[in-house]
Every structure is written in structure tokens, then in C-alpha cells.
Design a protein around this ligand. Structure first.
Ligand SMILES: Nc1ncnc2c1ncn2[C@@H]1O[C@H](COP(=O)(O)OP(=O)(O)OP(=O)(O)O)[C@@H](O)[C@H]1O
Ligand SMILES: O=C(O)c1ccc[n+]([C@@H]2O[C@H](COP(=O)([O-])O)[C@@H](O)[C@H]2O)c1
Length: 228
């Protein structure tokens, strides 16, 4: 069987130290590279405060000098909303059916899985690696739809994710990470410097240089377009 491919999808608007800590933990737990995969600008909901190109550039800066962490731009090649089902279906066309593929998601995303496009089919396409997150208790009762599909899939053994191509759910145990991209954007918009400690220094410098997240909706519309 081919080696495990680990993807960590997100808006990353911007990437923060919580994302990075989880990516590092997954790298060491799974003994595998982790590919951070920014989603495209969604056309049908409020757009991110930074463009897709800027969000991907901040990811590049965050993983520079981090062996085993990479940026995967496959969702940026499409100009429509990136449904994970479509991303993984496309990936399977290239990688085949047998390669183990795992998707890293936080507890909030996991508990909301039944709202995702063709979510039940995802278990035929990938494993899930679930990170705990403050305010989203994985011990509390789960949505009933999730319970019925998840049954028999949960594992605490990372090795299980290499024994099949898809379908397992690995729960990570780790110290909770309080960072959130919303809190970062809000702090910047309010002129509060606290956010600087929540992102890697190179990302903080990029945000400042490009005047990101200063406007009401996170976009500084008066700023001249800055080169990436
Ligand atoms: N502090 C955290 N702890 C655990 N998981 C996290 C944390 N922050 C983000 N994640 C997970 O990482 C993935 C990508 O997150 P995303 O880019 O949406 O960041 P976010 O901080 O949740 O952003 P926002 O506040 O804009 O919703 C999601 O699955 C999310 O659950
Ligand atoms: O496919 C879907 O319906 C779907 C719905 C919500 C989120 N996702 C994916 O989940 C990941 C985290 O999303 P977000 O919005 O929390 O950054 C990201 O890769 C999204 O593309 C996917």
C-alpha cells in the first residue's frame, strides 16, 4: 500500500499558531508530511479578509523552514467553492483508490460534518484526523446523523490509518489551542496588538505590510494593491 497522504484543509484567513501546532502534532503522530490546503475564495458567502493568493502566501511563510509541512494549492486551481467531496474525488483520479488519504479537521468542523456536501461519501474517500478545540466538546452527545455513520470507525491507533485507504476516524489528544482566525481579524480591526502572538512572526509581518484585516469586514479597501 502507498504511503499515507495527509491534507489539512482550511480557509486559513490567516493561518495561526493553533493550525501550526496541530499540523506539527499530526506530522509526528502519523510520521507523515502534512499538506495545508487553502480553500478558494467562496463565491456564495462572505469572502475572506485576504485573497486566496494572500492566504496561500501566508501559509508559505508559516511553513518555511518546517520540514514535513507543505502548502497544497489544488483547491485554488478551481474558481468555484471547494467542496471537499470534489477535491477528494479529483485527488483519487490521480492517486488511485488504494492510497491512504487522511483529512485533518478541528472538532467544530467534525461536529458540523453532516452539513457538508455529500458528507457520507467522504468516508469512502478519506480518513479523518480530528483535533480537539476549545468550546467544541467531543465528549458531549454528537449530532445523531454523525453517530450512526461514525460507529465502528473511531480509533486511537494512528497505525490503523495505514491499513486502509479511507473510512477511519482518529481522535487526537493534545493541549487545547485557543487561537482562532476570527479573533485575529477582530483584534486587528480594533487596533489591538494581542494578535501578534497568535501567528508566526513572518505572517505577522506580512499582515502588517499588506494592511490586511484593518477594514470593517477585514478588507482595507483604501490600501493600494500590494505585490505578493
Ligand atoms: N485552535 C484550533 N484548535 C483546533 N482546530 C482548529 C483551531 N483553529 C482552527 N482549527 C481547525 O482548522 C481547520 C481550518 O480552520 P480555519 O482556517 O477555518 O480557522 P479558524 O480559526 O477556525 O477560522 P475562523 O475563525 O475564520 O472560522 C478547521 O477544521 C478548524 O476546525
Ligand atoms: O465540502 C463541504 O461541504 C465543506 C463544508 C465546510 C468546510 N469544508 C472544508 O473544511 C475545511 C475547513 O473549513 P473552514 O471553513 O473551517 O476553514 C476546508 O478545507 C473546507 O473546504 C468543506
Amino acid at each position: 500500500m502507498d504511503d499515507l497522504l495527509v491534507l489539512y484543509g482550511g480557509t486559513f484567513d490567516p493561518i495561526h499558531n493553533g493550525h501550526l501546532a496541530i499540523a506539527q502534532l499530526v506530522r509526528s503522530t502519523m510520521q507523515a508530511s502534512v499538506h495545508l490546503m487553502p480553500s478558494a475564495d467562496p463565491p456564495h458567502r462572505s469572502r475572506p479578509g485576504a485573497t486566496a493568493a494572500q492566504r496561500a502566501r501566508m501559509l508559505d511563510l508559516a511553513v518555511a523552514g518546517e520540514p514535513g509541512l507543505h502548502v497544497d494549492r489544488r483547491e485554488l486551481a478551481r474558481d468555484s467553492r471547494s467542496y471537499t467531496f470534489e477535491t477528494l474525488t479529483g485527488l483519487r483520479e490521480g492517486e488511485g483508490e488504494r492510497r491512504p488519504v487522511a483529512l485533518v479537521i478541528g472538532a467544530d468542523s467534525f461536529l458540523g460534518l453532516p452539513t457538508w456536501h455529500r458528507w457520507q461519501a467522504l468516508f469512502g474517500l478519506c480518513h479523518f484526523i480530528v483535533a480537539e478545540r476549545p468550546g467544541h466538546d467531543l465528549e458531549a452527545p454528537w449530532p445523531p446523523a454523525l453517530v450512526s455513520v461514525v460507529e465502528g470507525r473511531l480509533t486511537r491507533d494512528p497505525g490503523m490509518l495505514r491499513l486502509a485507504a479511507a473510512g477511519r476516524i482518529l481522535r487526537l489528544r493534545h493541549p487545547l489551542r485557543p487561537e482562532s482566525a476570527t479573533a485575529i481579524r477582530e483584534a486587528i480591526a480594533h487596533g489591538d496588538d494581542i494578535w501578534r502572538g497568535w501567528v508566526p512572526p513572518a505572517v505577522a509581518a506580512y499582515i502588517e505590510r499588506h494592511g490586511l484585516y484593518r477594514g470593517e469586514d477585514g478588507v482595507d479597501r483604501d490600501a493600494p494593491p500590494a505585490p505578493l
